[in-house]
Design a protein around this ligand. Sequence first.
Ligand code: HEC
Length: 545
Amino acid sequence: MNQRQLRFNSVLVAVALVAASCAGDTGPAGTAGADGADGADGAAGATGPAGAAGAAGADGAAGADGADGMDGSDAIAAVPTLEGHNGDHGMILPYDVQAAYNDDTFFWRVTYRGNEGKRHQYLRYTGGAWQKEGGDRRDAQGSIDGDEDQGDQGQLSTIYEQRTSIMVNDPSATVHVSNFAEGGCFLTCHNDSRHMPEWTAANGHDGKWVDPSHMTGSPADRDMALDLWHWRGARSNPIARSDDQYIQTLDWSAVTRTGADDGGRRGDAGDSVFFNQDITAGNPDYMLDPATTWGQHSFDWDDFWVTPFYYMTVPEAEMLGAFAPNATTIEWADVTGYTAAEGDTVPRRILRPGAGSRADITAYGTTFTPDTPDSSLGVWKVQLQRALNTGNAADDIAFVVGNTYDVGFEVHLWEYTTRDHYISFPMTMSLGTGGDIEAVSVTGAGAFAIPNFDDHATYPPVRVDLFQPGITTWEFLDGSNAADGKVYNDPVTGAVVDQVHGGSSSVGGTACTVCHDVRNGGALPMETLAAQRGGVWSDTPTDAP
Ligand code: HEC
């Protein structure tokens, strides 16, 4: 643990005193370790420090701990065991995948243990003014340190939704990513992606893209390189929806970026299932409609972990999702009889039905089953439904019966974004026979005809070990960084970070998995190797000035 992190943790405690009174007290002492990341969540005041210590332990122990690393992967257990962030195997997250399709609809179910992650960003009245709360952990750290190289500035706290996403490549399309089956999502990760060594605030957020040289056919004919099913625990799930995006083929490193753009990760055409509200002339644009909240225009910051009003929707979405009726919005101009008081809080992201291609994916039947007394940790069964062919060829990859697709899976836990997520090596999924995952054909039609995925005999789960990739950009992996003489320094030690990848001469056409396994005990295991390239508690190396 370095100096920066110590300061970060102490600030988290200050930020998060809130939870001590409402959640922390009930948990038995024994759960404190696992709850550690919860502390980082900007949440549990009392458990926060303990959590940080736990996570640091995981980093340190990742290599040595490997010996007992085989639990969970040898048999399909009822649900995967959370290994990351709990003191063991910090780099690995077991994840079960099931898939099926009927006459017109495709169904995924993915199961994993993780945090609840149903909250995102908020507007809070404090010290006589409304301010924005929440964001990810690296931006909070960058703000605390006043260090623009490490993240966005001005972030006050860490509250971030939990997410899982699926990247899809269609090898039978004229224009597709030629080597996604070998390189997977690593192809989308670059030196100037967010929280990578050459990122600056001017680059904006996200920054995933596929270089046109990796595309077959004429990339100019198709903007989309990869389809992205992007489920969000706060910004889509409460109304049983998923976000729907795609990854562009465009060399964003050659584009003058505005700081406001999303690099090559794009929303599909239409309206997303959430939008941001802002503070206009000193007040939120929207408050909670008291007609839907037993009279409240806001909730009290002290009730953060217990309020049912942690999300709100536009009136058109009041009856969507498993928790309906939902608290809805009222525009500030229509608010009467309300004066802001210290601690008043409203959601900053507002859920709405969405429209067009961006709103193609539903999340009916998704459940979270808590494992811990304070509900902070548990099992997610995320279910996604979408038309086999949405008719939106510009930004969706249609699934055709009989065909096989390249897929990559990803999970973001707690307030970790960007490279601190868990990813899979590329896999294949078929609507027929063959492939790592065989989607099961079922009778019926429509998104409501959800298969009974608890029937594992009919819908066998495929266990995938996700891992944290560390700072492994494509330019590192394919040897460009070494060839270009890139020099990145560790900001804590000042040491130069090695840019030589042992397999670089084969990267591009040879699958990572030809040389690498995920777990210790296998060949050149990611569990150990990727951990050497920066975990969640490591700062991002910076390029030499
Ligand atoms: C031809 C074999 C080969 C292929 C293909 C290959 N690698 Fe490697 N990789 C190696 C070797 C060898 C090392 C060095 C191992 C060591 O240091 O012990 C290595 C090291 C690594 C490391 C650790 C880097 C470090 O700092 O030590 C990562 C991360 C990694 N590979 C990721 C990948 C990914 C992701 C892919 C696919 C895009 C890939 N590799 C493809 C052979 C390969």
